[in-house]
Design a binder for this molecule. Sequence first.
Ligand code: 9YT
Length: 129
Amino acid sequence: MIVRKLEDIIGTENDVDTETWNSRRFLLKKDGMGFSLNDTIIKKGTETMIWYKNHVEAVYCIEGEGEIELADDGTVYPIKAGTMYALDGHEKHYLRATKSDMRMVCVFNPPLTGREVHDEEGVYPLIED
Ligand code: 9YT
């Protein structure tokens, strides 16, 4: 069994901070669960272009407000605490924290391996053994 606390992750190598988001990585590939689990803050007033070509991701908002816009057709879905979205089709999108920081619980399959950050296309690399 694995037990971890956010307070023990903050400030470590599993706390990945960028200009637009801060991801605290609870579970990674090395934990052997088949998925990764992060507690992520999307910073207020930011927009992040994301395109998980190599992963599916489920995102559950537990604090804050914002929106997700699909790049393909411009559909915008509002997000607030209690909203979940799942990128089951590798949708390219823009994630915006409009009114406040948003706090999201993020699950990736295949699992993230460590300190992934988006490349210029919004992609995380697929790291295989
Ligand atoms: C919701 C989302 O995809 N945010 C970007 C960061 C990512 N969730 C991560 O690496 O935790």
